[in-house]
Design a protein around this ligand. Structure first.
Ligand code: AMP
Length: 305
């Protein structure tokens, strides 16, 4: 089953302790698509400016991502500039230039409106709400957000929460949104706003999934070389949604496996700049990493007599 994603299609400039990249393919919709396309067909909706090197998006269409919902508008593309210092868990945003994104009104093509799985990637929550008005009863709607929108569009974000099944956000965002320092309390607070699944990612410390009746934790893959953390969150979401869409099941066991798929895809994304590593992957590499996750948490339950 296919996943519809609406998100940013950006040009990123990133500086990490290991190097620099200028105007490379980025954006929440782009990372999500590159990741989820390993598991299921993806339909991407977004906007690029007249300066966008659209030929670079061919790497996504070659992976089966349907780009017919990516509009080209007059003006500058969305640009994000960020820096990571030694703490690779937190990005410092140096510049956000909305460009054509500031006038973007998502138009979901007719053929995408019945998508059973919908991911509202990190964009203005007012636009995320506009998307929901255009789709027909999806099986699962999940969203992401970030500090930029929590600060500037809080009431729209709270309205959005009433209409989504799941939200994925990182620990800092969860604390900022809920004004709770304890993450279990923060998750309970968000569950009270509407979503029935809350996933809180903690970078290199793994990810929690909370529902009304359960808590699940998946570690992050212990990588020795994290090259560029940009897009880890969107790639996690791509693995999570992609797995659910591929199996068509939404019970607790499948949700748990989806979180591990999310962790696996996030761990690949950070090994190179942009979506480069995600484009190199094949099924065997993904399966091998999932096996490593299994070994990472396997133990024998045994109480000494
Ligand atoms: P993450 O998965 O959280 O590391 O997401 C990184 C991506 O988010 C980058 O490729 C940026 O282009 C994109 N991004 C940064 N700021 C925003 C924003 N305010 N709205 C939408 N996308 C953004």
């Amino acid at each position: 089953m296919s996943v519809l994603v609406v998100g940013s299609v950006a040009l990123d400039s990133v500086e990490t302790p290991f190097g620099k990249a200028e105007d490379v393919l980025g954006g929440s919709g782009t990372f999500f698509s590159a990741s989820a396309s390993h598991l299921t067909p993806v339909q991407l909706v977004g906007v690029v400016g007249s300066d966008y090197p659209t030929h670079k998006l061919e790497s996504l269409s070659a992976r089966g991502v349907d780009l017919s919902g990516v509009e080209r508008a007059d003006g500058e593309s969305f640009r994000w500039r960020g820096r990571y210092r030694h703490d690779l868990n937190s990005a410092e945003t140096l510049e956000t230039r909305l460009g054509v994104f500031s006038h973007f009104r998502p138009k979901i093509p007719e053929q995408f409106r019945s998508a059973p799985y919908v991911f509202l990637a990190n964009i203005d929550p007012r636009l995320q709400l506009e998307v929901l008005r255009q789709v027909e009863r999806p099986k699962l709607v999940a969203c992401d957000t970030m500090n930029f929108w929590i600060e500037s569009r809080r009431s729209d974000l709270l309205e959005l929460l009433k209409h989504v099944d799941a939200i994925l956000l990182n620990d800092g965002e969860a604390r900022q949104l809920t004004e709770q320092s304890n993450l279990v309390r923060a998750a309970r607070w968000i569950l009270g706003q509407g979503p029935r699944i809350v996933i809180i990612k903690k970078g290199e410390h793994g990810a929690f999934m909370f529902t009304a009746h359960s808590v699940f934790f998946a570690p992050a893959y212990p990588l020795e070389d994290v090259f560029d953390p940009t897009g880890a969150g969107d790639s996690f979401a791509g693995g999570f949604m992609g797995y659910l869409a591929r199996t068509g099941k939404l019970d607790e066991e499948h949700m748990r496996r989806a979180v591990v798929y999310g962790s696996a895809m996030g761990s690949f994304a950070v090994e190179k700049f942009s979506i480069d590593r995600l484009l190199e992957l094949d099924h065997d590499m993904i399966r091998a990493r999932l096996d490593e996750f299994r070994r990472l948490v396997a133990f024998q339950e045994e109480l000494p007599a």
